[in-house]
Structures are given as structure tokens and as C-alpha cells.
Design a protein around this ligand. Structure first.
Ligand SMILES: [Zn+2]
Length: 147
């Protein structure tokens, strides 16, 4: 099966470089998130928000981790539901698309989001708990439905 779906947008959320680190709780790779993102989604403030990574593994309770400081923030520490960790709910936080809609409408959702990003821009850094553009997550959902 060939996929020719656009996976990134031209906005800052996609062009910014991310680093990877291993979530020590589940052993899977996570990507770095900006301070502004972590700050936005925590129920209780921390003294600093540098050096955090996002664990997207649905089987892991950890959402943000910082191996250097031994800080592991779990779902219960986060003020929103993380759709890609629950397997349901919001996946595109900028325009309100859900995993359920993505499964039902597939590439149509991807198309619509792409158009909206072009005309309206996106704010993934402060709206999406992963701090990143949702397009690659959406592509993964579509792929997993097709197979
Ligand atoms: Zn994890």
C-alpha cells in the first residue's frame, strides 16, 4: 500500500527540530517538547519546564518525562485528555478533530486539516499536549485502519 499523504505543514510546529529520548518507564522513544507546552498542560506548576520529552505510548501512564531530573509526569498530572494515549478523543487540538473522525473519514480529515492549517495556521505548541503538529499522528491512525 502506497501512502502519499502530506505529513507536515510549513508552520513552526513542524519546522522546529525535535530531539529524542527514551521514556524510562516504558522504554519507548519520546520527542522533546518546548517549555511553553509542558507549562500549558500541567495541573500544578513546576519550578522549571526545560528538558522534557513527550511519551506517546498508549500503554504508558507517563506523558512528560525528564530523565536528567528524574521527573515523570503522568496522565493524572495533565489538565487535558491526551487522545493518542487513550486511543480515542481529540487528535487535532487546533481544529477539534477526533481519533474517531479520523478512523471514519480517513484522508478527508487529513485534507481538511491541511487546508485549515494553510488558511488559519496552527497552534500545536500550546494546544496539542504533544506540542507537535498532529498530521503525523493522523497518518498513523489512517494507516493502522487500512491495514
Ligand atoms: Zn512511556
Amino acid at each position: 500500500m502506497m501512502f502519499n499523504l502530506k505529513v507536515s505543514c510549513s508552520d513552526s510546529c513542524c519546522s522546529s527540530k525535535v530531539k529524542e529520548d527514551i521514556c524510562k518507564v516504558c522504554g519507548q522513544k519520546g520527542h522533546s517538547v518546548k517549555e511553553i507546552t509542558v507549562k500549558q498542560f500541567l495541573k500544578r506548576p513546576l519550578s522549571q519546564y526545560k528538558g522534557f520529552y513527550f511519551c506517546k505510548n498508549p500503554d504508558c501512564d507517563v506523558v512528560y518525562f525528564n530523565n536528567e531530573k528524574y521527573i515523570y509526569l503522568k496522565k493524572e498530572d495533565i489538565n487535558t485528555k491526551v487522545g493518542i494515549k487513550e486511543g480515542s478523543g481529540l487528535i487535532c487540538y487546533c481544529f477539534g478533530y477526533t481519533i474517531e473522525q479520523t478512523k471514519e473519514h480517513g484522508e478527508k480529515v487529513l485534507d481538511e486539516i491541511n487546508k485549515k492549517i494553510k488558511s488559519l495556521g496552527c497552534e500545536c505548541e500550546i494546544k496539542n499536549p504533544s506540542g507537535r503538529c498532529c498530521l503525523s499522528d493522523i497518518r498513523e491512525v489512517i494507516k493502522s485502519e487500512v491495514i
